[in-house]
Ligand binder design. Structure first.
Ligand code: NAD
Ligand code: ZN
Length: 352
């Protein structure tokens, strides 16, 4: 494989603890001094997790992941953390799916940077290093544990804070935490990983590192969703899928899925599945594999999701997709605007 000429310099998560039951070894990753603000998916309120965290010097901030997060929620959570104890926390822990982990990333940034989280949506806009943060996924696929992105709604857009300071300092990957995930959510989030990898390897920005990570993660996704792969495999796939986008970019499915989430409130994993299912012309055989996985897991996608939308709503979705410049350069090259015209985007939305 030849190497693209313009390599970017990438940070990766420096410390990783993997293993069943690893949640009980949190102390090995957290700073020895100070307290930890834990942003935890509210789905865990009733289970054993609060007690397992309480063995340490922590405060829990529940995040209701019924909807994907906004910059306002990040600002409000950061304010709550500041108000809870006189001294700042020495660590932020994010435990949950991609939504909760992203909020934890955003909070860690906002504790050391002025203004609102929306000021930092974009590339490398965060001036000051963030508070130490530890990511603990309880849902696999988003790759938020590995990526430098923290994605939030703000006003009329869904956009990431993309900075070295929004990347976790450590992650704890405990496959036992995936045990209670409902089957359809497991599939949708797992497909987020599959789609990240397809978009990473087929893109113009893919480096050999992206190919290596995504290639292995695709193999694991196929083992999990077409073979006998385990939750351990899924957790590793999610992490490697995240690494693959750090070294490449997402593509057409993500560009279109952001519009679906923005306008219809569809969750990221599901929105990706709906978008990917109409992208044969871009992702060919990978879409066929995706359909085999759906059939194997008896997953059906909602049809006609854009049917009831009026023209202004469609126009907002098209505008959102067209803002996804980097993913579209990755997918289609510098002349992507000639390939993916507003009319073509609208026609793709009409088929979803
Ligand atoms: P999610 O975090 O939005 O959670 C989906 C649902 O699963 C929620 O209802 C949540 O409460 C539930 N859930 C989580 N863990 C569970 C468990 N152990 N048992 C039962 N239910 C559980 O879903 P996701 O697919 O992990 O993440 C999607 C989000 O991540 C979106 O907001 C998306 O924008 C973002 N994202 C971020 C990145 C990144 O690199 N930062 C990448 C992809 C997606
Ligand atoms: Zn994604």
């Amino acid at each position: 494989m030849t190497t693209p000429t313009a390599f970017r310099l990438f940070k990766q998560v420096p410390r990783i603890l993997f293993g069943r039951g690893a949640l009980d070894r949190l102390g090995e990753l957290l700073p020895a001094q100070g307290w930890t603000a834990c942003v935890v998916d509210a789905v865990h309120r009733a289970g054993p997790i609060p007690a397992r965290l309480a063995a340490r010097n922590v405060e829990i901030f529940w995040f209701d992941a019924a909807h994907e997060p906004s910059t306002d929620q990040v600002d409000a959570t950061a304010a709550l953390v500041r108000a809870t104890r006189p001294e700042a926390p020495s660590a932020i822990l994010g435990l949950g799916g991609g939504s909760t982990m992203d909020v934890a990333k955003g909070v860690s940034v906002m504790l050391t940077n002025p203004g609102s989280a929306r000021d930092y949506q974009g590339w490398d806009l965060v001036p000051h290093p963030a508070v130490f943060k530890l990511g603990v996924p309880s849902l696999a696929g988003s790759g938020a544990e590995a990526s430098r992105t923290a994605v939030f709604f703000s006003g009329d857009r869904k956009f990431g804070i993309n900075s070295d300071h929004s990347m976790f300092d450590a992650i704890l990957l405990d496959p036992e935490l995936l045990a209670g995930v409902p089957a359809d959510q497991r599939f949708h989030s797992g497909m987020d990983c599959f789609i990240h990898c397809v978009e990473a390897v087929t893109g113009t920005m893919a480096s050999p590192l992206a190919h290596a990570h995504a290639g292995k993660a695709l193999e694991l996704c196929e083992a999990v969703f077409l073979g006998e792969g385990s939750d351990d495999d899924l957790m590793v796939a999610s992490y490697m899928g995240g690494c693959s986008i750090v070294n490449s970019e997402v593509g057409v499915a993500h560009a279109l899925s952001y519009g679906l989430s923005l306008e219809l409130g569809l969750r990221h994993g599901l929105a990706n599945c709906i978008a990917f299912d109409v992208l044969d012309e871009f992702y060919g055989a990978h879409v066929e594999t995706f359909r085999r996985m759906m059939a194997r897991h008896a997953i059906t996608l909602p049809r006609g999701v854009t049917r009831g939308l009026d023209q202004p709503a469609i126009a907002r979705m098209v505008a959102m997709a067209l803002r996804m410049e980097r993913p579209l350069v990755n997918a289609l090259g510098e002349n992507w605007r000639e390939v993916l015209t507003p009319e073509r985007i609208e026609a793709l939305y009409a088929r979803m």
